[in-house]
Design a protein around this ligand. Structure first.
Ligand code: MN
Ligand code: MN
Length: 482
């Protein structure tokens, strides 16, 4: 393998294929800014290709045979799809895994307050972020409000051109002498990342109306109703929320509202070779993983795509990779393909191979000193393999086996796929982890792979279109040949 720029390999037809995949990916990224939105989108694509819900297959007692396709939707936040191969499950699966949660700012359970006629939503950030990057940019709110009656209202405000956007304010530079002398980590405090959502008091007429509805029929209540309340901007906000989402303030208690950068993913650079978007980490790996499974057929070994949640906070919880959901699903699939036994389940897991895909730190010439140039990931040089991640002495890493990497090299070279290998920055410069080590606990072969990103974890991240295309080719070869 000679590392080279993937674009040098493309003729006109392949350039159009790169562009077509990039166009589809941009559409996905622009409309899927939460894990729930990714799952909904993924389920639609899977159903279009004939995948059926595992719950239905179990209920109907279907017998799964080679070529059959099922998916599991875990609480609307984790999605796992299986395409049954010709070999029995216990021979192992070829698994593509990536995560669909991204760093963001969540709305607290009791969020609404008013200060000097400015209405805010109180927040708590999710994942590792440079807080100063999230102020003074247009933001949108995506999520759900679950009501006591069992209904769930979808929320998406700030994406449609007719929608308002939101913002977290920053102190003007003219008064920032103290702030500018702080470290970057302390310049913007976590508790100060509150979202500004309103600045206009409720009208008298509306307030009288609301007071009447609240049962203010006694004489002194009526007098009160004629005067605007102290927190008239907050009351206005609550009225608008009630009108739009049929919710009251208490409904925030059972809501999941995620604050994300507003706007679409865009081509970047005069040559439009890159894409600037929110949430490339890790949707830029999740999307080609899913598409690769959708476009594969006639597989020898069962092909699997895992799109998981909560990676950014340690893969915890029922929808994170540490949960038993995947293992349980494999057990169900084994049962539907023949006789279930615990031993078959263990063999199926231990005989599997996995590409655990997550974004790599792209080499940034402006911050060259943070990288080892010989072992860095470069934009445009194809899919990137990390034998290990982790921090300090590789702590927290899944260190992939040399023999497994050798098998991958053989397939990648045979199929002329452009790839590179990298470490996450210079030794002792920092580090990070992925879902790889969790799946490796099941005894399978796992390696970290993925796509190089610039400005990782910033509101807007950058990737190269050729890398997405090479990743998809790599995933298809992996499903077919490993
Ligand atoms: Mn990631
Ligand atoms: Mn991340």
């Amino acid at each position: 393998m000679k590392t080279k720029n993937a674009w040098n390999n493309y003729d006109e037809a392949e350039c159009s294929a790169v562009e077509a995949l990039a166009r589809d990916y941009k559409a996905f990224l622009s409309s899927c800014k939460t894990e729930r939105e990714c799952v909904t989108y993924g389920v639609r694509l899977l159903q279009e290709k004939g995948y059926i819900d595992l719950k239905d297959a179990v209920r109907e007692g279907r017998r799964l045979k080679p070529g059959d396709k099922v998916y599991g939707n875990n609480m609307g936040k984790q999605l796992i799809a299986f395409q049954i191969g010709k070999q029995p499950l216990e021979a192992g699966m070829n698994i593509l895994g990536a995560h669909i949660d991204s760093p963001r700012i969540d709305v607290k359970q009791k969020p609404v307050y008013e200060e000097q006629e400015l209405a805010y939503l109180n927040t708590h950030y999710y994942g590792v972020i440079k807080k100063y990057q999230w102020v003074a940019i247009p933001l949108a709110i995506h999520g759900v409000i679950a009501k006591k009656d069992g209904t769930v209202v979808d929320v998406c405000v700030g994406e449609d051109e007719k929608d308002p956007v939101f913002c977290i304010t920053d102190l003007l530079i003219h008064l920032s002498a103290k702030q500018m002398s702080k470290s970057a980590a302390a310049a913007v405090e976590g508790e100060n990342l509150d979202l500004l959502v309103g600045n206009r008091p409720i009208t008298k007429a509306d307030w009288e109306d609301i007071s009447r509805k609240r049962g203010a029929d006694e004489e002194h209540e009526e007098k009160k109703a004629k005067k605007l309340p102290k927190n008239a901007v907050k009351e206005h906000l609550l009225k608008l929320l009630a009108d739009r989402f049929c919710m009251d303030e208490e409904d925030f208690l059972s809501a999941e509202l995620e604050i994300v950068p507003a706007g679409k993913a865009r081509d970047a650079g005069f040559d439009s070779s890159m894409i600037l978007g929110y949430g490339h980490d890790d949707r830029v790996c999740a999307y080609p993983s899913l598409i690769a499974l959708l476009e594969s057929s006639d597989l020898e070994r069962t092909g699997v795509c895992i799109l998981t949640d909560k990676e950014e906070i340690g893969s915890v919880g029922a929808t994170g990779m540490q949960s038993r959901y995947f293992e349980n699903m494999v057990a169900e699939v084994i049962a539907l393909t023949g006789e279930y036994s615990d031993l078959k389940l263990r063999r199926a897991l231990a005989n599997s191979c996995m590409l655990s895909s997550d974004v790599s730190a792209g080499f940034d010439p402006l911050y060259a000193s943070s990288f080892d140039p010989q072992n860095a990931a470069y934009l445009g040089r194809g899919v990137c393999f990390n034998k290990y991640t982790g921090s300090r002495g590789k702590s927290g890493s899944n260190d992939a086996n040399a023999e497994y990497m050798a098998r991958l090299r053989a397939v990648l070279d045979e199929d002329q796929i452009c790839y590179q290998t990298a470490e996450l920055g210079r030794v002792d410069e920092g580090g990070g982890g992925t879902i790889a080590y969790i799946c490796a606990n099941l005894g399978m072969q796992v390696i970290d792979s993925g796509i190089a990103v610039l400005s990782m974890h910033a509101p807007w991240e950058l990737v190269n279109k050729a890398d997405i295309y090479e990743a998809k080719k790599c995933y298809m070869s992996f499903l077919k040949k490993i």
